[in-house]
Design a protein around this ligand. Structure first.
Ligand code: C5P
Length: 309
């Protein structure tokens, strides 16, 4: 009866551009997603009793069938055709929930990768990414990880050529606040639909502009990367916690850029080195405590979910 441990990293969006609507009702996106060193850990134990059970050290998180870990496990088992497969899964949670950091998607991706290995199913990464896309728009990115362009709903990946390490993000999140992703996209549509692009040709032009942007610039000089998040302009005006976080991060001297991640409410400042990031965290630590923000220094990471040796 084996046990496998998998690390599941969070992500931030270095770029999130809403291009328009898709025929399936989702938004057509052009994003750059980046894995960071803030990880959950999942332990998978083979039970071979047709049961899939989940325990988590955070009581507020649902461990029922709506958790992406169990949805992923069910899908993988169903596709295998072996209904007697079973596993007990323990989730150690460090990534804040409902934060725009893809914590839930990353846990789901970890279940696909971990159980594929535990059950000896032999699926390739490409096959796992395809299953991941059926479960959530961010999930294929979480399987692959690192630095990726994410197009379509977010599930079409193209690796970003340069490695952006050693950039480090100072991440902040108010633990009392979460933002619903469907709400953020709905508000975006209400406010911006007149400016949405239409048609594949217009979408491809924007994708090409993103592909050609110079993502190595912040590694060579103290110059900001072309950072953008279209959901920020929708969420920020209606979410005090985002306004407070961005206001504090913008007082810092050295960040290359400051932005919200995904649909929020977590926000981050990007630094050239871990040392600059730690200095900034120390400078603001009292203010973070006063306003109730948690903070983390997270180096960028070059891969996604990973089976631990
Ligand atoms: O794919 P996922 O389940 O993560 O998406 C959550 C919600 O976010 C969707 O139901 C939809 O409301 C919104 N969304 C969107 N366009 C995308 C991705 C997500 O409108 N490309």
């Amino acid at each position: 009866m084996g046990t496998i441990t998998v690390t599941a990293p969070a992500k931030v969006n270095l770029h999130l551009e809403v291009l328009g609507m898709r025929p399936d009702g989702f938004h057509e996106l052009a994003m750059v997603m980046q894995s960071i060193e803030l990880v959950d850990r999942l332990h998978f134990t083979n039970t071979a009793d047709a049961q899939l059970t989940l325990e988590c050290d955070v009581p507020s998180l649902s461990i029922a069938g709506d958790n992406l870990v169990l949805m992923s496990a069910e899908l993988l088992r169903e596709r295998s055709g072996f209904s007697e497969l079973g596993a007990s899964i323990q989730l150690e949670k460090n990534i804040p929930i409902g934060a725009g950091l893809a914590g839930g998607s990353s846990n789901g991706a970890a279940a696909l990768v971990g159980l594929n290995a535990l059950w000896g199913l032999g699926h390739s990464s490409a096959e796992l990414e395809q299953m991941a896309a059926e479960l959530g728009s961010d999930m294929p990115f979480c399987v692959a990880g690192g630095s990726q362009f994410c197009f379509g709903r977010g599930e079409r990946l193209e690796p970003l050529p340069p490695c952006l390490e050693p950039l480090t993000v100072l991440l902040v999140k108010d633990p009392r606040v979460s933002v619903s992703t469907p709400w953020a996209y709905k508000r975006c549509r209400e406010r911006n639909k007149d400016r949405y692009l239409e048609g594949e040709q217009a979408f491809e032009e924007r994708r090409n502009a993103l592909r050609q942007a110079d993502w190595t610039r912040p590694l060579r000089a103290e110059a900001p990367p072309p950072l953008r998040n279209d959901l920020q302009s929708v969420v920020e005006p209606e979410t005090d916690a985002v306004q407070i976080a961005l206001r504090l991060l913008r007082t810092l001297e050295k960040p290359l850029a400051v932005a919200m991640s995904g649909s929020g409410p977590s926000c981050f400042a990007l630094f050239r080195t871990p040392e600059q990031c730690q200095e900034a965290q120390a400078v603001l630590s009292d203010r973070f405590r006063e306003v109730g923000l948690l903070s983390w220094c997270c180096p960028l990471r070059s891969d996604g979910v990973r089976i631990e040796a």
